[in-house]
Design a protein around this ligand. Structure first.
Ligand code: C5P
Length: 279
């Protein structure tokens, strides 16, 4: 079974506070996009993951194999899973690549075994291995709260087109959260931001930007450079180091960056995301 595994962007991301368990409460509008990986699944005697990107771990620490373990544990089924992962989503970018791969693996296993679980169960289970995984069980647009795992699925907005830009260096999510100065965040009301989006007035922002800039000062310079190139808005996605940029640049972008034009991507109920060139 071959499935597409899309990236996500955070159209806005508000951090509301630190929790006793060490996580942060968020309120964020997530959107799936047309950039994605491809995964090939085959049942076998043992778990085996291969990947086109040699820098990624293919052992039990990879979320694909964590998802297979989770599915075995929750359903009581025993199986081995052979997976080949064609990586296109840059890692440590805030694009949710690993989370998407985990969600896609759960979806594939559920199909391969005749749907022992409902999609809502897959979503709830998946939050045990990562806060951003349940989002992918929406239809591609969701308002996410709690650690990010509480999803309120929304109707897709009018098609969004943007450019994803990422420097070669990535950012670790725990490192970015450790740099966060909650007292310095603007006290924006996320429900108002959501309402504005639903009314077609898009306000992009990300409370993790300043923390990411203190972890990687060059990122702040890159944002200024991208704005100077003519984009309308340049906002970081997730905990970085990727940006999504709306509008179009007047000149070509500096060499050495990951640059990809994408569109918002949604899926029909009961089907998984399908690779598309346009949204
Ligand atoms: O849930 P996930 O494994 O993606 O989280 C990775 C790390 O990111 C956590 O260990 C935590 O440091 C940070 N995090 C957080 N608040 C969130 C999500 C993630 O502090 N809502």
């Amino acid at each position: 079974m071959k499935l597409f595994s899309p990236a996500k962007i955070n159209l806005f991301l508000r951090v509301l506070g630190r929790r006793p368990d060490g996580y942060h409460n968020l309120a964020s509008l997530f959107q799936a996009v047309t950039l994605g990986d491809e995964l090939c699944f085959e049942l076998g005697n043992r778990d085996q993951l291969t990947c086109t990107d040699p820098t990624l771990p293919t052992d039990k620490s990879n979320l694909v194999l964590k998802a297979a373990d989770l599915f075995r544990h929750k359903t009581g089924l025993s199986f081995g899973l052979k997976v080949h992962l064609e990586k296109r989503i840059p890692s440590q970018a805030g694009l949710g690549g690993g989370s998407s791969n985990a969600a896609t693996t759960l979806w594939a296993l559920n199909k391969l075994f005749g749907e022992p679980a409902k999609e809502t169960e897959l979503a709830a289970w998946s939050s045990e291995i990562g806060s951003d995984i349940p989002f992918f069980f929406s239809q591609g647009t969701a308002y996410c709260t709690g650690r990010g795992e509480q999803i309120k699925a929304l109707k897709p907005p009018a098609q969004i087109q943007c450019w994803l830009v990422k420097p070669p260096q990535g950012l670790s999510t725990p490192l970015v959260y450790s740099k966060l100065d909650l007292a310095r965040l603007q006290n924006r009301d996320p429900d108002k931001a959501l309402k504005a989006f639903l009314e077609g007035e898009y306000r992009y922002f990300n409370d993790l930007e300043s923390a990411a800039f203190s972890a990687m000062p060059a990122l702040s310079l890159l944002k200024q450079e991208l704005i100077a190139l003519g984009f309308h808005s340049v906002v970081m996605t997730g905990s970085g180091s990727g940006f999504f940029c709306t509008g179009a640049p007047h000149r070509s972008l500096p060499a050495g960056l990951f640059v990809q034009q994408v569109f918002s991507l949604n899926r029909p109920s009961g089907e998984w995301y399908v690779k598309k060139d346009k949204g």
